[in-house]
Design a binder for this molecule. Structure first.
Ligand SMILES: C[S@@+](CC[C@H](N)C(=O)[O-])C[C@H]1O[C@@H](n2cnc3c(N)ncnc32)[C@H](O)[C@@H]1O
Length: 338
């Protein structure tokens, strides 16, 4: 079970096997998991009888992680070029695949011929790792947002006896056509309806008076919180271009770059949300969370890596640096879907 527990700032570090610990945890907003890849690198990678034995563990991990995720949670699952295909088949049984990403190690541009890390003789040099991105449920997660859209539609209907986008747009002072803002926010055809700005909502309230009385702030917060967070502020594509972390390579055989993990944290979570790393290693995800104002739960099996993670996360809290994201006013600037 939990052999040791350390609380450092908003980070909870647990020493033990994630297979045993995961069922005891509450639900989290995101998972960043960098599991053993099977017979590639590190003593923890060479413990399975064969690949099928390893895949049986992948299935157990997928099942437990699925249970640990909130409905709006995102999961990132690392792998190498060979194992990722098998992991995807397993994870597809539990969650909805959003992306299959490639981490292109820009410092390995040009490749390293004859390198380890899965490269075979007389084959192309390896300069990437892979990352699957999953939503707990990629289709249902907007169903609650439909309730917000339906509330606004119902109130307009009560007031006007009909829903005509052209009239709504004209009341909003936007386009006088039948599309525009009204369609983006109220159409029944939209997979993900947008949310009105405060100004527009208040105009709509005036137009529909005495109906449409729910407060804008309450609706907007609900709208934000009910959606899976995805704010691509780093303008990432499915090819993630980041250098490997050579500075911390002596701490852990498969250490990930803080910059890469921080970008994922910022894209898929809001401040104060909780991120779980079931294979914490040297604590890179914890470092990113400490710097980005997120809560963190990390699990690590090996005491030597657990100690390193504790030190790195303590250090991250001590050293404010450019990574720290300034708290943002919760304010919606436009009705566009972000
Ligand atoms: C690929 S490494 C993660 C490295 C980490 N991303 C970093 O930047 O340092 C995988 C880690 O998972 C740990 N591990 C392996 N099996 C585990 C298990 N069942 N429960 C918890 N940790 C485990 C290993 O000891 C290893 O440190």
């Amino acid at each position: 079970m939990i052999k040791r527990e350390e609380i450092i700032g908003d980070c909870r570090l647990l020493l033990g096997d994630c297979l045993e610990i995961l069922p005891t945890l509450g639900k989290v907003d995101a998972v960043i998991a960098d599991p053993p890849y099977y017979n590639i690198n590190g003593d923890f990678d060479f413990i399975w009888k064969d690949f099928n034995d390893y895949l049986a563990d992948v299935e157990r991990w997928a099942c437990l992680l699925n249970s640990a995720m909130k409905e709006t949670a995102t999961l990132y699952w690392f792998g190498d070029d060979k194992n990722i295909a098998y992991s995807q088949i397993i994870f597809d049984r539990y969650m909805g695949l959003l992306n299959s990403l490639v981490w292109f190690k820009i410092d390995k541009r040009g490749g390293v011929y004859g390198s380890a890390g899965g490269g075979a003789i007389r084959s192309f040099p390896i300069c990437t790792e892979r990352l699957l991105v999953y939503a707990k449920d990629k289709y249902n997660l907007t169903s609650c947002i439909y309730e917000i859209r339906n509330y606004i539609r119902d109130e307009i209907y009560k007031s006007k006896g009909k829903i005509v986008f052209k009239e709504i747009n004209s009341a909003l002072g936007t386009a006088t056509s039948g599309g525009g803002v009204a369609s983006a926010c109220l159409s029944l055809d939209k997979a993900e309806p947008a949310m009105f700005t405060r100004e527009m909502y208040e105009r709509l309230q005036e137009w529909c008076s005495p109906h449409l009385r729910r407060e804008y702030e309450e609706l907007r917060r609900e709208y934000e919180e009910l959606r899976r967070e995805f704010n691509n502020r780093h303008k990432l594509t499915e090819v993630l271009e980041f250098k490997s972390d050579t500075k911390n390579a002596s701490l852990h055989p498969t250490v990930k770059p803080v910059q890469l993990i921080s970008a994922l944290v910022e894209t898929s979570t809001r401040r104060c949300q909780t991120i779980l790393d079931p294979f914490m290693g040297s604590g890179t995800t914890g470092v990113a969370c400490a710097k980005m104002g997120r809560k963190f739960i990390g699990i690590e099996l090996e005491p030597k890596y657990f100690d390193i993670a504790c030190k790195r996360i303590e250090e991250a809290y001590r050293q404010p640096d450019l990574f720290i994201e300034k708290p943002k006013q919760m304010e919606q600037q436009s009705f566009e879907i972000t």
